[in-house]
Design a protein around this ligand. Structure first.
Ligand code: NAP
Length: 250
């Protein structure tokens, strides 16, 4: 894997950051993306002993910034073999009649449109070379709708549909497309969802949630399969979770 380059969105935290660490262990060159430059710098510093690292600071909602950032990549990082579309969050957990329009915009703009913009900027070089792998981080919320999950679930159902569409359309080009759909993962996700409210601290209490490293290992498994193997779709739960609404808490 050491001659491969991966671009990871949302690399400043949680699943994206853990994936950067996992890939670095295997010598995969890294393009790490996010909006918090300080964190990108810290992660670059930690990983540059293991592999080559380049950071890109952009908001996935900003079309022009997405294309400019990917265009700006230096020669050594221009060829992207693996794209990890991971940037995303839930914003709010309200019944549909009480939902906040800004939360809805954030989820559709980041989780769906941002993923499309980044993909659009990267796919042409993969189709040209007739190789590559795209991993979209969906969610169990893309498989099943839960109370008050409405728009977040819609955004993740869209990720699952876009992933299937990519797999179909990119099939003639030999490009692998994968969806990894986790259940509860202990990251900053709940802090963002509840905007720093104390509720966020209770989400991972009373059971052992998936850790970001658990997802990163599965992502690495998917990218390290032989050329003829594509892991198409993975649903992952912690042992305590059976569905979006059934969690065995102490
Ligand atoms: N945690 C869970 O329970 C869970 C379950 C299923 C699926 N997921 C999915 O897993 C993915 C990663 O989430 P996580 O749990 O690792 O959450 P996290 O710790 O909050 O990380 C989210 C990442 O997304 C980036 N991001 C958010 N908005 C962005 C924007 N507008 N532009 C660019 N980057 C942005 C953040 O970076 P900056 O703030 O620095 O930009 C951060 O690196 C998301 O797609 C999420 O929906 C999470």
């Amino acid at each position: 894997m050491s001659n491969k380059t991966a671009l990871i969105t949302g690399a400043t935290s949680g699943i994206g950051r853990a994936t950067a660490h996992e890939f670095a262990k295997h010598g995969i060159n890294l393009i790490l993306c996010g909006r918090r430059q300080e964190r990108l710098d810290t992660i670059e510093k930690a990983l540059e002993k293991q592999t080559k690292v380049h950071t890109l600071n952009f908001d996935v909602r900003d079309k022009t910034a997405v294309f400019d950032a990917i265009q700006s990549l230096p020669k050594d990082f221009k060829q992207i073999d693996i794209l990890i579309n991971n940037a995303g969050n839930a914003h709010g957990l309200d019944p549909i009649q009480e939902g906040d329009l800004d939360d809805w915009d954030a989820m559709m703009d980041i989780n769906v449109k941002g993923l499309l913009y980044v993909s659009k900027a990267v796919i042409p070089q993969m189709t040209k070379r007739q190789t590559g792998q795209i991993i979209n981080i969906g969610s169990s919320a893309g498989k099943e709708v839960y109370p008050n999950g409405n728009v977040y679930c819609a955004s993740k159902h869209a990720v699952v549909a876009v992933t299937e569409g990519m797999r179909i359309d990119l099939n003639p080009y030999g490009i692998k497309v994968t969806a990894i759909n986790p259940g509860l993962v202990e990251t900053e996700f709940s802090k963002v969802r509840f905007k720093g409210d104390a509720k966020a601290d209770t989400v991972y209490k009373g059971y052992k949630a998936l850790q970001p490293e658990d997802i990163a290992e599965v992502i690495y498994f998917a990218v390290s399969r032989p050329a003829h193997v594509n892991i198409a779709d993975v649903l992952m739960f912690c042992t305590a979770q059976a569905s979006s609404t059934i969690v065995n808490k102490n």
